[in-house]
Unconditional design. Structure first.
Length: 322
């Protein structure tokens, strides 16, 4: 039985990855400091002999006894509301945490995949974004702590690959949605659905003409699995190339939830990307991957999850960082 360490295991993406690798017959070691993760996302796994959990901050020395064959490094705040509240931790997990895990992978002779992001492209001047584009990032702006942490993460990962011959993989993740997202994480989909469920008006920043591309979590996990098992060491975009404006997306959420909320507009945050759409040519060619789940179906599944939350959970989620 192969053994995999998944950091950020109690988070949105990390928990789905734990599920997938257990389904694939792996023994999974989950690790999370729970600064943004939630044990509720993985509590169904604690009864399984194939799963073990370490409550640990990867910015500190990482040790797991026994063999480790693979590592998925998904420990990081991943939304504006998080990395604006905890900027130092965001920088540390992308730098110190990545360094610790690369050293751990080297010691264990494990293959490591690091979770990068479309944010490395910043507010892009190339559209759609392919992996050869170097980005347009403000290193000292409010989003710089996340953008530059991920850019450094890619750089040190490649350095370990070239200098130490470590087996590394880099995935650049575009906007992803699905069950287990936090309603308060600052991203459009949970924010819109949370507002609808609480009877609040839908808040759109800017005039709503900025675009995003939304990938359902199951599709993303499939792409990550294929990349980990591939022989490709350079960054690969994984996301859905179907582009939509934020205003259109808000209207879809209102239609989905059957609510009567109005759309209200607020100023666009500094350095917020105006366009975001992945070029997935590389993923198609190398991995035979492209998203399968239509947005209409994915939104239905996600809405059913959020509807299952209690009123107390909805209120807690709305004000968790206030």
């Amino acid at each position: 039985m192969k053994r995999i360490l998944i950091t950020g295991a109690a988070g949105f993406l990390g928990s789905h990855l734990c599920d997938r690798f257990i389904k694939e017959g792996f023994e999974v070691v989950g690790m999370d400091n729970l600064i943004t993760g939630d044990l509720k996302n993985i509590e169904h796994l604690f009864k399984l002999k194939e799963f073990v959990f370490y409550h640990h901050d990867v910015s500190k020395f990482v040790h797991v006894p026994g063999t480790i064959d693979y590592i998925l490094h998904f420990a990081s705040p991943a939304s504006p509301i998080d990395y604006l509240k905890i900027p130092i931790q965001t920088l540390k997990v992308g730098s110190l945490g990545t360094h610790n895990l690369l050293g751990f992978a080297l010691a264990k002779k494990a293959r490591i995949l690091v979770a990068s992001t479309s944010e490395v492209y910043g507010d892009p001047q190339v559209h759609p974004q392919n992996e050869d584009y170097w980005g347009n990032v403000n290193p000292i702006g409010p989003r710089g702590v996340y953008d530059e942490a991920k850019r450094f993460q890619e750089a040190i990962t490649m350095a370990y690959h070239t200098y130490h011959k470590l087996e590394t993989r880099i995935v650049r993740i575009f906007n992803t949605y699905g069950p287990r997202m936090r309603l308060n994480d600052g991203r459009a989909l949970p924010a819109f659905i949370g507002q609808a469920l609480r009877g609040e008006d839908i808040t759109v920043f800017g005039d709503g003409s900025q675009t995003r591309s939304f990938c359902y979590v199951d599709d993303l996990v499939e792409g990550i699995y294929r990349l980990l098992m591939s022989d490709y060491v350079y960054p690969v975009n994984i996301g859905n190339p179907v582009e939509i404006t934020i205003k259109q997306f808000a209207e879809e959420i209102i239609q989905l939830t059957g609510t009567k909320q109005k759309i209200i507009y607020k100023p666009l945050p500094q350095d917020d990307p105006k366009q975001r759409r992945p070029d997935i040519t590389r993923a198609k060619k190398l991995l035979g991957w492209e998203p399968k789940i239509e947005r209409e179906e994915g939104l239905k599944r996600t809405y059913e999850y959020f509807k299952s939350l209690t009123p107390a959970e909805l209120t807690k989620s709305a004000h968790r960082f206030s």
